[in-house]
Design a protein around this ligand. Sequence first.
Ligand code: SF4
Ligand code: SF4
Length: 180
Amino acid sequence: MNHTTAKNIKETTGVDIDKCYQCGKCSAGCILADDMDYPPSVIIHMLQTDDQTNNKKILSSESIWLCQNCENCIGRCPMEIDIPKVMDYLRTESVKKKCVSHKAKNQLSFYRSFLDSVRMSGRLSELVMTICYKLRTFNLLQDVKLVPSMLAKGKLKLIPESIKNKKSIKSIFKKTTTSK
Ligand code: SF4
Ligand code: SF4
């Protein structure tokens, strides 16, 4: 990000962070705020400062990866600022600029594994996503005891469902994703 942080965010996401007047309601309603290094209202404020050091702190923070896109903050915000969209933007910037927090490595692996699964078949396969995630995190044996009961209950499908027009998925990924 550069000194036109708010402008870049608005152009990319349509969200106008300058509308925020720091009432703090988003942070009060965010169930993860206590676990975040910077709660949502603080992130918005730091972005408003247009300061390179603040931008770097945000892109290297754990907060942007802890956000679950639950949208509680939007519901509470008097200005209806779409913080989850801003968080998506910040995650993408963080990956692009190679400053993902080492504490967020597992969350990043999860995001990438989710996308791998969708990229392969056009649908989310829990099994493919889990295998990709475990290979990335080297947690190969964690939770393995749950697999038989999940298969028996139909929670895991051995053969992933696939859409017919896989070319369209490839083209969407080509247009929208950043390199690994
Ligand atoms: S979308 Fe993210 S920032 Fe907003 S309340 Fe949910 S976890 Fe918190
Ligand atoms: S609730 Fe909205 S206006 Fe209030 S601090 Fe959060 S983003 Fe800003």
